[in-house]
Design a protein around this ligand. Structure first.
Ligand SMILES: [Zn+2]
Length: 447
């Protein structure tokens, strides 16, 4: 009898395991005998969304994830989600088991992508879940006439403020609108929109152009490296010139902010502390570059900063690089702009490999280094330049195709000279894209 019973259980188990193996929703399969097992996994869930003024830490509180647990979740997500890009309305879902323990957490910034954190053998593991999406291209043409602004027209056309600023800031690098814009000037932009079902979840500006009597003719092309977050992903002229010629160079070839500048929860202690720099994601061994030429004033190790290098630049500002795996320069050495000074590591008090990058103004005050104007390169060269040429050909092909299909709307931006000058495409908005240093002094470069 007992033997009979255990055979039955075994048979049901086999059926269950097989059906799980062939179904992506194994845990939802209704087998009465095993229901209690299944339900122990997930009993209830709490959903929420990021509200105005909230950081992730506060948003997590709303779905009952607090303190040390919140810190564990944030640390697990840090390398894949940039919390500095948190938006109002981003979705959170916490799932708890029958004992009230968190078993899964899902964070989502658009309906097509989910960042999942789940418990596996006592550890939190990260998983990215993506629904199929597609890219659609469209071209926007316009001409300056009297009465409104280019920015206004683009916003009216349904572009987000971010996309509008991307178009305008690319054009602005080539055209001195204040001096040279005239009624009758023409502009054009090629936009790519990533769609999930009918919803636009991401927008790229592939191309911008401007033609004016005084301003001349200009074209800019988006260059795209394969690596997500590559600092080289930007607009260039046809011959590979960056639209911003000067500024600090990025210390890494990829930009993913694990932790921003300012007040934050310390990722190790959980205490609210002032973070005097930014933490940039990077794998152990990735080269770290000097952001400008200067003298190495520190090349040391300590238990908090790990391997640390500080460089004093010509204007008296100092850049700091911490948690390095290897230091490649000694105190007293003169380093050139973009010289490799060490490699990314996880030395000192850290939760994982990253570069802590800090910046002090000549007056000794800490500042957010990302608000400095930074560029990947003044001019693309080598393989990247070859790739740009291929991408330019593709962009031009796409523009031809779209012109033939005649789906492109022709817009008229009503911009009289004088109002155009006043509007100046709103500097504060642009600062989000280009940094506050630019906002203060568009023409000057500090280093
Ligand atoms: Zn840091």
């Amino acid at each position: 009898m007992i033997k009979d019973m255990s055979l039955k259980i075994l048979a049901i188990l086999v059926v269950f395991l097989c059906s799980s193996a062939f179904s992506s929703t194994g845990s939802y399969i209704q087998i009465p005998f095993l229901n209690t097992q299944v339900n122990k996994e997930r009993v209830f869930e709490i959903s929420g969304q990021v509200k105005s003024g909230q950081g992730l830490y506060q948003a997590l509180k709303d779905v009952s994830i607090e303190n040390a647990l919140a810190l564990e979740i944030i640390n697990t997500l840090r390398d894949d989600v940039e919390f500095s890009k948190l938006k109002v309305g981003d979705q959170l879902k916490a799932e708890y088991n029958f004992q009230g323990e968190l078993v899964r957490f899902t964070f989502s910034q658009n309906p097509a992508e989910k960042h999942l954190v789940k418990k596996s053998q006592g550890h939190w593991v990260y998983e990215f879940i993506e629904e199929p999406t597609f890219w659609e291209s469209r071209i926007v043409n316009g001409e300056l006439t009297e009465g409104s602004t280019l920015q206004g027209v683009l916003l009216e056309e349904g572009f987000s403020p971010e996309t509008t600023n991307n178009i305008v800031s690319a054009l602005m690098c080539k055209v001195n609108f204040r001096m040279h814009a005239r009624v009758g000037d023409a502009f054009q932009a090629l936009i790519q929109e990533r769609k999930y079902k009918e919803e636009v979840i991401e927008t790229r500006v592939l191309y911008t152009a401007y033609q004016g009597d005084r301003a001349g003719n200009h074209e800019t092309f988006l260059y795209q490296d394969e690596e997500k977050g590559s600092t080289y992903n930007a607009h260039y002229t046809q011959d590979g010139q960056a639209l911003i010629r000067s500024g600090l160079r990025y210390p890494l070839s990829r930009l993913h902010v694990r932790s921003g500048f300012g007040w934050r929860r310390h990722p190790v202690t959980g205490r609210r502390t002032m973070h005097r720099g930014v933490d940039l994601r990077g794998g152990v061994g990735k080269p770290v570059h000097a952001v400008a030429e200067g003298r190495v004033i520190q090349s040391t190790y300590n238990k908090y900063a790990g391997n640390k290098i500080a460089i004093r630049h010509r204007d008296g500002s100092i850049s700091y690089y911490m948690h390095l795996n290897k230091r490649r320069v000694n105190k007293g050495a003169w380093v050139k702009t973009y010289q490799v000074i060490g490699t990314v590591g996880k030395t000192g008090r850290v939760t994982g490999p990253h570069l802590h990058f800090g910046f002090k103004r000549p007056n000794g005050r800490w500042m957010n280094p990302l608000s400095k104007r930074m560029i990947a390169t003044p001019k693309l060269s080598g393989k990247r330049f070859e790739k740009l040429k291929v991408q330019i050909a593709q962009i031009k092909g796409l523009i031809q195709d779209l012109r033939i299909s005649k789906e492109s709307p022709y817009l008229l931006a009503k911009i009289p000279n004088i109002e155009f000058k006043e509007a100046r495409f709103s500097w504060p908005d642009l600062s989000q894209v280009m940094g506050d240093e630019l906002q203060r002094s568009p023409a000057s470069v500090t280093l």
